[in-house]
Write a protein that binds this ligand. Structure first.
Ligand code: ZN
Length: 261
């Protein structure tokens, strides 16, 4: 059955993914996942800026009305200013209503759970964790992920999250572990990730995340590059050819293993 690796698992989990479990996972995302927190913050920002624009246009309408009444604005301009600000405020209010509805659906998790159920995420799930990687079997989808695929492991109060920046992350419910086992498991996976996945590629991408650096070949700004190649000219980036990066690799421990590449 296994294709990529026949290594015996050192930890195995078999359980049924139910709607209830999906809801708990959703709550865990909101509580623990930086990416999800960011998405929520951005949505809130969108709501706030929509509100400010709507209120501003509403206020503008009344201001123009007063200016027209006291005769400061010539009457020929009045219809454009009044209708324009009123229509703008109305559109903003309607858009705000839609955003509110979306936000409610997002917050409750209903939308996500429904999508997950529709995409067939409900059912029996097997996860086998071995020294060479992780096998996941769900609804006849038998996938083997090498450790290089993952970038970090986090222990949440409800789940152990083996995270990948590239696609599928694995969330193992805490109740699959005997007491204290989750901590030891997380430590073991972390040690494996540090030895397997923390390659130079990971470290270069981590280094460029906050570092403003020109490509040594074409001077393209490399900050935020997603791979260890220049997006502009395709040069393979190493710690030896990125200006100023030489010292980084000489450190005994690299910058903590990033969530990438
Ligand atoms: Zn370049």
């Amino acid at each position: 059955m296994p294709t990529d690796s026949d290594a015996p698992p050192f930890a195995e989990f078999s359980f049924k993914v139910t709607e209830d479990r999906l809801r708990r996972l959703y709550a865990a995302f909101i509580e623990n996942s930086e990416a999800w927190k960011l998405a929520f913050a951005q949505f809130r920002k969108k709501l706030a800026s929509n509100f400010a624009i709507t209120v501003g246009l509403g206020a503008a309408f009344f201001l123009f009305l007063i200016l027209v009444v006291i005769g400061v604005v010539p009457e020929k301009h009045a219809p454009v200013l009044l209708m324009g600000s009123l229509a703008g405020a109305g559109t903003g209010a309607m858009h705000g209503q839609r955003l509110q509805t979306q936000f409610k659906a997002l917050k409750s998790g209903d939308m996500w759970v429904k999508q997950s159920v529709d995409s067939g995420a409900v059912g029996p799930w097997y996860v086998g964790v071995a020294d060479s990687g992780v096998r996941s079997i769900m609804n006849n989808a038998n996938t083997f992920y090498r450790w290089e695929y993952f970038s970090s492991v986090e222990s949440w109060p409800t789940h152990v999250a083996i995270l990948s920046a590239r696609g599928t992350s694995l969330y193992i419910p805490i109740d699959c572990f005997a007491s204290h086992e989750a901590k030891a498991f997380t430590q073991k996976v972390r040690a494996i990730l540090e030895s397997h996945a923390c390659t130079d590629t990971h470290r270069i991408v981590a280094y460029l995340r906050d570092q403003s650096t020109p490509c040594p070949n074409c001077r393209y700004e490399l900050k935020g590059a997603q791979h260890a190649t220049c997006p502009e000219c395709g040069l393979d980036l190493t710690f030896d050819n990125i200006p100023g990066a030489r010292g980084v690799v000489r450190r005994r421990r690299p910058p903590s293993c990033p969530r990438g590449p």
